[in-house]
Design a protein around this ligand. Structure first.
Ligand code: URA
Length: 197
């Protein structure tokens, strides 16, 4: 199984998916193998347009903290739990269509279980950082990021250490100083962890 095989399989899954609306798809980005693999939820509009994860608004927050702990984006791999962009299509009053992102359903995440496992095994990272609840639930038994952010968890099934973090878009919803400070502390803990491994 190569990266090209993975890309082929992702395209097949996305092209054959007819159960709900999707707005394009992307693959992961960054070196293989890699030291650290970040896993997000699903791409948004900007990510599909540019063909890369975390290049929109959440990506800007993400890169700000990455730079702060002196990690270069080019040295890490980033991927998603769901490789397509799940969308909601609504008809507005004047008959136009409005498109927005939606959270991927469990059944949609499950479509990519094998793909994500294979990407993890190809990337063979020392540490996996999950961003938000969706990759957390996929890779650990925790149900909520509030219970375990900034801790190190071992996943016996894939034999990897997991470091759960809030999704960078949480900063957009929780702009209070307490949250920002907690989020900053998690990045500093990540830096400490990376210095040790
Ligand atoms: N949010 C995600 O979870 N993934 C992306 O690629 C972009 C935004």
């Amino acid at each position: 199984m190569t990266l090209e095989d993975l890309k082929f399989d992702i395209r097949e899954i996305c092209n054959n998916y007819k159960k709900d609306f999707i707005g394009g798809w992307i693959t992961g980005d960054g070196p293989i193998p890699c030291h650290i693999l970040f896993i997000g939820e699903a791409p948004g509009k900007t990510e599909v347009e540019q063909g890369k994860p975390f290049v929109g608004v959440a990506g800007k927050n993400f890169e700000y903290y990455l730079n702060m702990i002196d990690v270069k984006r080019s040295s890490i791999r980033i991927t998603n739990t769901c490789y397509f962009r799940p969308i909601k299509v609504k008809e507005t009053k004047n008959g136009k269509k409005s498109i927005s992102n939606r959270t991927p359903k469990v059944s949609e995440i499950n479509l990519f279980n094998d793909i994500l496992d294979k990407e993890i095994s190809l990337a063979d990272p020392k540490l996996i950082v999950t961003l938000g609840n969706i990759p957390l639930k996929r890779l650990t038994n925790f149900k909520s990021i509030g219970q375990c952010h900034g801790e190190i968890i071992f996943n016996n099934y894939i034999n990897k250490y997991i470091f759960p973090m809030y999704h960078p878009s949480a900063l957009t919803y929780n702009r209070n100083d307490t949250f920002k400070n907690m989020y900053l502390q998690d990045w500093l803990k990540l830096k400490e962890t990376l210095d040790k491994i």
